[in-house]
Design a protein. Structure first.
Length: 269
């Protein structure tokens, strides 16, 4: 899902549709054109898409023999993933190297709180669900507040229901599915001291990810480009020992190499 641009500097998204159904040659040509145009490509993909999509992406990367394609599948619900992709699009307008930009995705996931209001948790397998919650999900009219990231939480919505949220100022985005509820806007957003509330369309993978189409998905995020840029540039950068690209963290997002293990030295005496 490609969210609307946050500001005039936000780089447009390229949506790779039907990767597991279109001819391989078509996908190869599209990806090669993107590399030729931009130099490097960061593919942000939900883990709720069909397995054939991931296989096709790895096949394309292998056939092109390119270390300029980063495949990024963070453990985020679809709406949170869409927000993260937009943040990377915002940062793409800055003076960040491709490796640092791609690595920033792992860093920024820590600042996203993502969850949903569900009419049933009977098919929810992304968050631990106790037997009591399963039983209550069969009671007509029950609704549940669920946090999937950064730490799993689940409550049955009622007068005393609370969920732990971010301890920093952030905006909230929500996407409505086939469920009627104002709990996010009237209760959760004020409890989390949200600086503002916006709405978006429901991502195509949300019903699959949450196990039901009767949901309202939500997440909090940092919208300000200057804050995002400061977060990324304040982290120590390194150089991948294998492909030589600048990175943040201990794994290169383009070639997947990790730092070599230091050799142990035998004391001499």
């Amino acid at each position: 899902m490609a969210l609307p641009a946050q500001d005039e500097r936000t780089v447009p998204a390229v949506v790779l549709k039907d990767l597991d159904r279109q001819p391989l040659e078509q996908t190869l040509d599209a990806m090669k054109a993107l590399i030729d145009q931009h130099g490097h490509v960061v593919v942000v993909c939900s883990d709720a898409v069909p397995s054939g999509v991931e296989r096709r992406l790895h096949t394309v990367r292998s056939l092109l023999e390119s270390d300029r394609i980063a495949l990024f599948r963070p453990d985020l619900p679809p709406l949170g993933l869409a927000v993260l992709a937009r943040q990377l699009r915002q940062l793409a307008s800055c003076d960040l190297s491709p490796g640092v930009l791609a690595s920033a995705g792992r860093l920024l996931t820590h600042y996203i709180h993502a969850g949903a209001v569900l009419a049933s948790v009977a098919r929810l397998d992304r968050v631990p669900v106790g037997l009591k919650a399963h039983a209550k999900s069969w009671v007509p009219g029950s609704q549940f507040g669920v946090i999937a990231h950064p730490e799993p939480q689940l409550v049955r919505i009622g007068p005393e229901a609370t969920l732990s949220g971010p301890d920093f100022g952030s905006w909230m985005l929500l996407a409505k599915g086939q469920l009627q509820s104002d709990w996010v806007g009237s209760t959760l957003a004020p409890a989390w001291n949200a600086l503002g509330l916006r709405e978006a369309g429901l991502p195509a993978e949300s019903a699959t990810w949450w196990g039901t189409g009767k949901l309202i998905e939500f997440c909090t995020y940092l919208p300000d480009l200057s804050v995002l840029y400061q977060l990324v540039t304040s982290v120590r950068q390194g150089v991948c020992h294998w492909c030589g690209i600048d990175v943040i963290g201990d794994r290169c997002v383009f070639c997947s190499a990790t730092p070599p293990v230091p050799e142990s030295r035998t004391p001499t005496g």
